[in-house]
Design a protein around this ligand. Structure first.
Ligand code: F0G
Length: 458
């Protein structure tokens, strides 16, 4: 018999989680104003709100924590971090930051002015938030295939080069400080970008004299998809693929809370020393001195170790096959999810799940609340709440996709938990015709409202 698959790790420490009753959950979610971010984590059984900062560190990462150097300037931990940036990513310079959006804040402070245009593939909400906060415009150039959840395409995160070139032709170069390629593309469903597309985007940017940066939060998962889906990469190591991905760009922002498998951290990588110097001013002002940028020495050590681990094929196979396991079970139950299955999460198509409900009643949020009530599972809405209002017209934006994201933390849950989630969602699917009322907003922030929005049942 062929031996079945098993994870390349065993578990050294466990954390108890508590089951609750349906009645308790109905009460708790009502008190939370139907915003899943407002729930206490003890009220959640399987927490799939995010894969950000929720991963389990390895024994090696924990041992690195013990030997962190907490010197204010020039800590050995900084140099350990730098050496991974140099050797793994092939980037000469970097600034540590406390998380991904802090990297965006620092870099964009140096680069973006009012009225600028920043093209990319479905910018993540914090990225878009930091662009729009500066009264600039995020232009989505994702390929159209990304918006059809049933269409199988190996690289739905790809940039449509025609859309990108149109932006370059329409606006003067001085108004386009950078183009951002998000790998994998979170907002379009955790979908990867092909090496060919990264290369072609980079060439087009070069032709027009525009900088190109990666939003590298999930760069290792992207590299895994390149290895298994793109011709010519099947025999390359993940680390070789990563090096090539970064070779086409001028820099990167990264939330280390994802593919560095730590609870907190981020960085900006640069090829150009001058831009690093310009950004350094803001790093000192917002984050901290250049050799720690909002991080403890021990955090930097754990990040350096985590980046090396997440770029191992063994680890990525376990990671992505668990996401696939959940996705395949849901497909068997007939639940409409985005295909192909993405790298860090399952994206449930709420419009197909609840076709009778009007979009003004926040479909994905409605589904998220129902799943919580069903099984104590917390997902997150990637739909109209997340999309915010248009900064000029102040009208609600209704994106093409209304998704409920179930993000899987790294190395945290077992496949039994995935099975539990699949059955709970299948139960909601079975009673979907009885879900006739969505939500309306009673209170919201002017930007990035989804974190704090308050809702009531229609
Ligand atoms: N870029 C991408 C692609 C992200 O997914 C995130 C965060 C960020 C940037 C910002 O990083 O949280 O460290 O400030 N995504 C989390 C999520 C919040 O749940 O997907 P951060």
């Amino acid at each position: 018999m062929q031996l079945p698959y098993a994870e390349p790790f065993k578990i050294k420490m466990v954390e108890s989680i508590r089951k609750s009753t349906r009645q308790e959950r109905e009460q708790w979610i009502k008190e939370a104003k139907y915003n899943l971010f407002n729930l206490r984590s003890e009220y959640v059984f399987v927490d799939l709100l995010t894969d950000s900062g929720t991963g389990a560190m390895s024994d090696k990462q924990w041992s690195e924590m013990m030997i962190g150097d907490e010197s204010y300037a020039g800590a050995s931990s900084y140099y350990k971090f730098l050496s991974v940036i140099n050797n793994l990513l092939g980037m000469p310079y970097f600034l540590p930051t406390h998380q991904g959006r802090a990297a965006e804040n620092v870099l964009f402070s140096a680069l973006i002015k009012e009225g600028d245009y920043i093209p990319g593939n479905s910018h993540f909400d914090t990225t878009k938030g930091h662009i729009e906060f500066r009264k600039a415009n995020a232009v989505d150039c994702t390929i159209d295939e990304a918006f059809d959840t049933t269409l199988i395409h190996p690289f739905k995160g790809n940039i449509n080069l025609q859309k990108l070139e149109d932006v370059f032709k329409k606006h003067p170069k001085e108004k386009i400080p950078l183009c951002i390629i998000t790998v994998t593309c979170n907002s379009s469903g955790g979908q990867p970008v092909s090496m060919e597309n990264i290369k072609a985007t980079s060439a087009l940017c070069k032709k027009y004299g525009i900088r190109v940066f990666l939003d590298a939060a999930r760069f290792a998962e992207n590299a895994y998809f390149i290895k298994i889906r793109e011709k010519g990469y099947e025999n390359k190591t993940i680390k070789e693929i990563v090096k090539e991905m970064f070779s086409y760009v001028d820099g990167a922002t990264m939330s280390c809370k994802k593919d560095a498998i730590v609870n907190m951290g981020g960085f900006i990588a640069f090829r150009d020393l001058e831009l690093k110097k310009q950004s350094s001013v803001f790093n000192i002002m917002f984050e901290g001195f250049l050799t720690y940028g909002g991080l403890s020495g021990r955090d930097m050590n754990a990040i350096a170790q985590g980046l090396m681990e997440s770029t191992e094929l063994d680890y990525l196979e376990a990671r992505i096959s668990q996401v696939e396991y959940l996705g395949n079970r849901l497909i068997e139950f007939g639940v409409p999810i985005q295909k192909p299955i993405g790298g860090h999460a399952i994206f449930v198509d709420a419009r197909k799940f609840l076709p009778e409900l009007p979009k003004e009643q926040f479909l994905a949020q409605t589904l998220g609340v129902e799943l919580y009530i069903e099984g104590g599972i917390r997902g997150v809405e990637i739909g109209a709440l997340l999309a915010d209002r248009d900064p000029i017209t102040r009208l609600n934006r209704f994106p093409e996709l209304e998704l409920l994201r179930l993000a899987i933390p790294r190395r945290v849950y077992t496949n039994n938990h995935m099975e539990y989630v699949a059955v709970a969602l299948a139960n909601v699917y079975e009673r979907r015709k009885k879900i006739t009322n969505g939500f309306k907003i009673t209170s919201e922030a002017p930007i990035m409202r989804h974190f704090t929005v308050e809702l009531e049942k229609v």
